[in-house]
Design a protein around this ligand. Structure first.
Ligand SMILES: [Zn+2]
Length: 289
């Protein structure tokens, strides 16, 4: 029987509440010879020292960097990693994928429908422009994660969405408009329900408090919030989440519901005439929550 490698997704916490996502190939069959099994991709390495220490500790080399947007907590480690030739799998190839407007990006992908970073054979990153937080923001959707017959059911869909969709929340509007962010989140919520969502920040607990102020009677939200509190009490990560869960609990995906709109109108003391008003006022409420 064939033994296709599966995707290994690991995380590295940096700063107070950021995660660097680490992607590589792995196999449940320890005897399988997977080419370049020790070479990995990092998403948004904001901290060079932490990234280099991770590579050393896990005996991995860096094959490429993927960037979601230009904020320094996402790109701050890139130039240091580019100068540190010893951490690379091949120092003649140091691809930094992302939007062409970002200074440290040397392999622009914003004009492409998808790309496959070496050595992730057959694992295409589909590019979804997600402006709103920042205009250049890109999200990356993988819909063909290979897995083996040895492993338990492995999800086939993964979304790396930076600071656009968070667990129970969404990114702030910096250089963008509420309408752009609204459209970006609508695009992300149209992905398959079982898509695993890997965002960049551990903001889940504070997002939950806001979500419960908007929907105090949402029983799934209350249950999820309880589970999140348990995880955080043990200093554990609350990610990934799924699109299905977000559709059930995240106010920024639920602003079209009449009871959500009434609560937004109540809390903001503003009239809501349409869905765009609801989304815009919801984001304003969160900014001052
Ligand atoms: Zn950001």
């Amino acid at each position: 029987m064939s033994d296709l490698p599966h995707l290994l997704i690991d995380y590295l916490p940096i700063f107070n509440d950021n995660y660097i996502w680490v992607i590589g190939l792995n196999s449940a069959d320890k005897t399988a010879n997977i080419p370049h099994q020790n070479s990995i991709i990092m998403i948004d390495p904001g901290d060079e020292k932490a990234a280099a220490a991770y590579l050393k500790k896990h005996n991995k080399t860096l094959a490429g960097i993927v960037i979601t947007h230009s904020h320094s907590d996402h790109v701050g480690g890139v130039n240091g990693l580019l100068s540190n030739k010893s951490v690379w799998a091949d120092s003649a190839k140091q691809p930094v994928y992302g939007h062409q407007s970002i200074a440290c990006v040397n392999t622009p992908v914003d004009h492409l429908p998808s790309f496959t970073p070496w050595p992730l054979h057959h694992v295409a990153f589909n590019i979804i422009p997600t402006p709103g937080h920042m205009p250049e923001h890109l999200s990356y959707f993988i819909d063909n994660i290979p897995h083996t017959h040895h492993t338990e059911q492995v999800n086939n869909y993964a979304l790396f969405c930076g600071d656009t969709l968070f667990h129970a929340g969404c990114g702030r509007i910096f250089n963008g408009t509420a309408k752009e962010l609204q459209n970006s989140l609508d695009t992300l919520q149209s992905l398959p329900d079982k898509t695993q969502v890997y965002c960049t920040h551990e903001y889940t607990q504070s997002n939950m408090a806001f979500a419960m102020a908007i929907e105090p009677n949402n029983t799934q939200l209350l249950q999820t919030s309880h589970n999140i509190d348990t995880l955080r009490a043990q200093h554990r990560i609350t990610l990934p989440t799924t699109i299905q869960t977000q559709k059930a609990i995240n106010p920024f995906l639920r602003y079209r519901l009449p009871h959500v709109q009434s609560q937004i109108a109540h809390l903001s003391a503003q009239n809501i005439n349409n869905d765009d008003d609801a989304f815009r006022l919801l984001r304003v409420l969160k900014d001052t929550f």
